[in-house]
Design a protein around this ligand. Sequence first.
Ligand SMILES: Cc1cc2nc3c(=O)[nH]c(=O)nc-3n(C[C@H](O)[C@H](O)[C@H](O)COP(=O)(O)O)c2cc1C
Ligand code: SF4
Length: 369
Amino acid sequence: MTSILFSSKNIGTLELPNRLVRSATAERMADPQGRPLPPLERLYEKLVQGGVGLIITGHMYIHPSGKAHPEMTGVYSDDLIPNLARLADVVHKYGGKVVAQINHGGMQCSQSSVAETIAPSDVNEAFLSRPARAMTDDEIPQIIQAYGDAALRVKQAGYDGVQVHAAHGYLVNQFLSPLVNQRDDRWGGDIKKRMQFLREIIRSVRKAVGPSFPMLIKLGMKDGVEGGLLPQESVHVVASLAEMGFDALEISGGIGGKTVINSKKGIRKESEEAYFLPFAKVARPVTQLPIMLVGGLRSKKVMERVLSEGHADFISLCRPLITEPDLPNLMKTGRKDKSRCLSANNCWRTTDGEGIACKCPHERVQIQR
Ligand SMILES: Cc1cc2nc3c(=O)[nH]c(=O)nc-3n(C[C@H](O)[C@H](O)[C@H](O)COP(=O)(O)O)c2cc1C
Ligand code: SF4
């Protein structure tokens, strides 16, 4: 019998051949202007040939003030469209599908990327490397417009959809978080008001790309710090996503900085896998949207169980596809039933120009530069 993992399913108008998704992974393979470099094309070639049903790109910055780190891919200018199009073309050449993740880093942008960081309110939290300044009334609509402009570039570059990053402590997550968003104007207050920034972004994106272009969201349902966003509140965001115009929800968590819970370390046993499953169980009853679950999924058995029990419709993988870009095909043909990822997080790059690579102690996997 064919595994549920390899059955097809749609996300809006986007037809996907299987349930395995490459979750957004910042590849750090762009030049200083944010133009993707050839190693990124080769990485996507490997991923699509490895059988994954959908590739979500690493986060791309929508505005120069939102560049989270060096070597990040950019989508903030029309000049970038030809380079972005080459990436999409590589995926399509092999029959794959690719969605671009768009983002503004807000308070989490590194010193080497932006001179000062912005956030909904003044923030000076220990988990951040430096304080951030509250956005002015004029800046907020400019950034909302920048999301729409970026989404249009994604469409013009030939991508199959766009994903708004609303997790991991980046700007949209910051607006949703009661810890970081202390505004008392129309952008702050209860969860309904903290959601307003996301709503306006979606309005801007939909206006730019039209009603049928697939629009996804990666939502952090719990910040994981005292005073932060909790599932009791984020469930209201989930319940509003379909009406806002989204086509799918990817569930994650963690407010980033030094508090990383989104890429949890040390997953060894099946019981430690799917660590955001409790959030999917909160989300499922309040939305009809396809749910993608990310976070520690490693074995075929657990993936199949999550899908067949109906908690999610897609399985998103980040680190497993860094170390084995062909894991989907290996699983499909029965050559593997588990990722070899050690979840020790040695994949983050350490030297400029290195890009992501698997550096845990098994055969080193690196893209030929
Ligand atoms: C090297 C690296 C880069 C990442 N970059 C992104 C990113 O650009 N956007 C995003 O939403 N999540 C990013 N993440 C988080 C992953 O997409 C994923 O949510 C997390 O690692 C948990 O999934 P996993 O256990 O399959 O790795 C990154 C994680 C790693 C390890
Ligand atoms: S470096 Fe470690 S955590 Fe990262 S992909 Fe390789 S095995 Fe997984």
